[in-house]
Design a protein around this ligand. Structure first.
Ligand SMILES: Cc1cc2nc3c(=O)[nH]c(=O)nc-3n(C[C@H](O)[C@H](O)[C@H](O)COP(=O)(O)OP(=O)(O)OC[C@H]3O[C@@H](n4cnc5c(N)ncnc54)[C@H](O)[C@@H]3O)c2cc1C
Length: 576
């Protein structure tokens, strides 16, 4: 019954206000998402710091977001989600691509799919080498990943066992997950039993950010809620920040959109995510001078990189209907009221069953049949170029509705896109969303990798391991024969894995004029202001972004408090 208690307790917001109780703090953190929750806990652990955490969204009381499988029916609820969308994407058939972002305590970690992935160690080594960021080599990040988590498989050289973020290895019993691993072996794509551990390549069962009680472990659950007991931490919800106040070249506080001013004695830390952090910088007069002048915003610091370098993982989905004799293994029953009620009751009573699963429990980091490493490309590293997410059901979205059919489905992400986009102002008011252009597929390389991804995933599903489960193809509606047909499928159906990042990127070189923050995440040319969230990633990592963002915030806490960084660690990885 611990789940019923958890949900009942959450119905009553604790330790949260709609207005700050004072007009000055030591640290003001903007945004209670993945990064903001980590920082709120770490900074307020120092009793002498008064910390204010300001969140535009509301308290995370809605029960379905705490049930891992329940979130899919509510994540588009406008009371939880900014529900933005891109400008028409010219190379994706002119479609506007959905851009969900959490607008609730916990931010996107409260509405995400709970997949826990760190990315490939070489991603971070590339940050260090290409962007002059030696302290962000993987050896320096690993101790912070470990400090964040408690892994249910136990701690070792790679995994943590004393952190606040609860991580569990996918354990739903379903023969389709077994088929996936077997097909990994048969196809030569490889198998790993811990992608976040010693073997970051191959087909695998994925890890999830779920607690031992079977509920979601958002950044708020992990870091913020326990810290709200402290008298030196204040959380304000439904408070939209309009701008950072800059005097001379120092950030001195923030203004809310009702004109309330709040002073920060030490620092303002933007944790508003990859779309809203660059928007807030520009509204504060920090960004490309010409763009600011279009909106009559006085330029405090010309930083041409603000809002540039936008990246995301574009993805496609393929699905098969289940063969008649194996339909019973699929999770399609979860779409009917009886199936939902049974799963909900099982979750409430025991904390297990399908409702405790994030459903996408299978996946992998794999090399496409034709590639991966391109020694001539700037962003290329010797690491898998595709990510799989696999579930034992065929899920079809139309708007906010989701239909489930007996079958299985693979989402295939392109991990290192060459296309880059921008976030640009559309108004001088923070409540008006900025214009977001990803330029998905604008680089031919990205299209080629997704075409290759389609073929690589089909090759996996063609293995004998899937013979018992494979019916006819469901998505696309028929087998595509030529590259031109596959390209058309990619152009007209590709979507996003919801990983925008890079819009306030780090750079360690003084001469790097597109860097927005330095190696310690300080905004260039302005003191007392940092950005700490997914927007600082110089290049996108090979996996989902919640864990890397929390790692960044955990490392940032040491930088902000002037603590000695954790000692680097480099255990030996196993690569096939
Ligand atoms: C639908 C979905 C599914 C995803 N699935 C996964 C997954 O399975 N695994 C994974 O690792 N990642 C996943 N992600 C991505 C991951 O959750 C995000 O990359 C990560 O949470 C980003 O963290 P952040 O701290 O940068 O921003 P966020 O967590 O988005 O936090 C930003 C916060 O700032 C607040 N804010 C913004 N503007 C203002 C303002 N002006 N004033 C006050 N507050 C403001 C927002 O409301 C929000 O709470 C998913 C994301 C989405 C949306």
């Amino acid at each position: 019954m611990s789940r019923l208690l958890r949900i009942a307790r959450r119905m009553v917001p604790r330790g949260t206000k709609f207005r700050p109780s004072r007009d000055h703090y030591d640290y003001i953190i903007v945004g209670a998402g993945s990064a903001g929750c980590v920082l709120a806990n770490e900074l307020s652990a120092n009793k002498s710091c008064r910390v204010l955490l300001v969140e535009a969204g509301g308290w995370d009381w809605k029960p379905l977001i705490h049930i891992p499988a329940g979130v899919y029916s509510v994540f588009k609820d406008p009371s939880l989600n900014w529900n933005m969308e891109s400008e028409p994407e010219a190379d994706a058939a002119g479609r506007r691509i959905e851009l969900p972002r959490g607008k609730v305590v916990g931010g996107s970690s409260a509405i995400n799919a709970c997949v826990y992935m760190r990315g490939h160690p070489r991603d971070y080594d590339m940050w260090a080498e290409r962007y002059a960021l030696p302290s962000w080599r993987f050896d320096n990040c690993l101790p912070y990943f470990k400090r964040c988590e408690t892994f249910d498989g136990g701690g070792d050289d790679f995994r943590g066992d004393a952190g606040r973020l609860m991580v569990s290895h996918g354990n739903m019993l379903n023969p389709m997950f077994d088929a996936l691993l077997e097909a990994g072996k048969q196809s030569g794509q490889g198998v790993s039993d811990d992608l976040n551990g010693y073997k970051p390549e191959g087909v695998a069962r994925l890890d999830r950010t779920t607690s031992p009680d079977g509920g979601r472990c958002s950044a708020a659950d992990a870091h913020l809620i326990p810290a709200l007991e402290r008298s030196n931490l204040e959380l304000v919800t439904q408070a939209n920040v309009q701008q950072v106040v800059i005097h001379g070249n120092r950030a001195t506080g923030i203004t809310l959109d009702d004109s309330t001013h709040i002073h920060a004695a030490n620092e303002v830390i933007l944790c508003a995510g990859a779309i809203k952090s660059p928007q807030l910088l520009m509204l504060s007069g920090i960004g490309p001078r010409e763009q600011l002048s279009d909106y009559s915003i006085p330029c405090q610091q010309h930083l041409p990189g603000v809002g540039q370098n936008l990246m995301d993982h574009a993805c496609i989905n393929i699905a098969f209907h289940a063969a008649e004799r194996t339909r019973r293994h699929s999770l399609a029953h979860l779409s009917n009221p009886l199936g939902k009620a049974k799963a909900g009751l099982q979750w409430l009573m025991n904390g297990n069953g399908p409702a405790s699963s994030n459903i996408w429990e299978g996946g992998g980091l794999v090399y496409g049949q034709h590639g991966g490493f391109d020694p001539h490309a700037d962003e290329s590293i010797a690491a898998p170029n595709l990510q799989y997410h696999f579930c034992p059901v065929y899920a079809s979205y139309s708007g906010r509705d989701i239909d489930l059919f007996p079958g299985f489905q693979m989402q295939i992400d392109q991990l290192r896109p060459h296309s880059r986009g921008q976030v640009q102002l559309r108004s001088s008011h923070s409540a008006v969303h900025p214009a977001v252009r990803f330029n998905y597929l604008s680089d031919a390389h990205d299209m080629a990798e997704l075409v290759d991804g389609y073929k690589t995933a089909l090759d996996l599903f063609a293995q004998p391991a899937f013979d018992a489960f494979r019916g006819t193809i469901a998505l696309p509606s028929h087998r595509l024969r030529t590259d031109a047909e596959i390209e058309q499928f990619v152009r007209t159906t590709s979507g996003t894995d919801y990983h925008p990042c890079g819009t306030c990127r780090m750079g360690g070189n003084e001469s790097d004029d597109k860097a927005v923050v330095d190696e310690e995440l300080r905004v260039r040319g302005i003191s007392g202001l940092r950005v700490v969230d997914a927007s600082v990633m110089p290049s996108i990592v090979s996996g989902n972004l919640n864990a890397p963002t929390q790692m960044i915030a955990m490392k940032a806490a040491d930088l902000i408090l002037g603590r000695q960084p954790l000692a680097s660690e480099r255990p030996s990885f196993h690569f096939d």
